[in-house]
Design a binder for this molecule. Sequence first.
Ligand code: KG4
Ligand code: ZN
Length: 328
Amino acid sequence: MLTLGIETSCDDTGVAVIRNDREVLCEFLSSQIKDHSRFGGVIPEFAARKHLENLLPLVDAALRECDISGHDLDLIAVTRGPGLMGSLIVGVMTARALSQAWNVPLIGVNHLEGHLFAPLVDAEDLEPPFLSLIVSGGHTEIICVHDFGKYELLGQTRDDAAGEAYDKAARILGLKYPGGPEIERLAKTGNPNAFDFPIPLKNTDKIEFSFSGLKTALLWQVKKFDGGNIPVNDLCASFQRAVTESLMAKVNLAVKITGIRKVSASGGVSANGALREALRSDERFRTWLPAKGRCTDNAVMIAMAGANSWERGVRMNDVMPDPSLHSL
Ligand code: KG4
Ligand code: ZN
């Protein structure tokens, strides 16, 4: 079974072809980071125009690389939400047109279910039930995967997502977008204990996150330097420690509450070295992580989630973009 995956929910145009449930035949990603970073964040209208320019050439390139034609495909899987409306429209409408033209069935994928599948690409031994920490620019949540297609949201953020917090913190520190990789880079030569930032909701017995107060704590700390020399590296390291400790506290709480000792993480923030190290070295559970390049948005995870749904018998007659599609 050959599945073409298409991802255009935000600012990355992704196209991939997989065989059966997880064999990656080819993978293309066109990142718009350089285009958006000069604005300090993603400009939705601009992102949609870039997807329009990039998507069909990437589909062509993918088919050529796999040496197949569109008619050889068995399924097209496209992200239908959540995400930016303009970006989703380009992906979904293109996928609908290709599905009609090639007479190939189409399935719409929840972007979060896509992230949930990212660690499975290289991990045949990860079987439900397991816990999935999704930490991206738009979401921070822990999902219990009872089975594929049977998901339970255990808890999520009350306000900002972890990636959003990294991006806003970077902005406060005058660093470029996206903030996560920049903060991680500078944190490497900073002291994580230089500033005692609050660890959000660390000792509550509810699985939930909150990062907006931490961002404000950073802002106040920066203001204290009153235009003087700001110890950016120490601030980055201390901020990263606070985010990581908060995420780890709730992962451990979820493990304790459910008794499930298998944890996967995905989404852009799961590329963060400090978080990866903390998850891997925690002996209370076993951890599965995507390859660093598949933490952020990509089409392999969408193809995998789509193929899995199709195998389970999910069918969709009318795939439409849904920017506010809720969690799983
Ligand atoms: O999953 P993703 O590509 O897009 C969404 O679905 O949101 O995640 C992007 C987010 C951005 O907020 C970015 O700052 C964050 O992931 N991110 C990181 C790292 N790489 C990306 N955060 C912390 N450390 C990183 N290395
Ligand atoms: Zn994402």
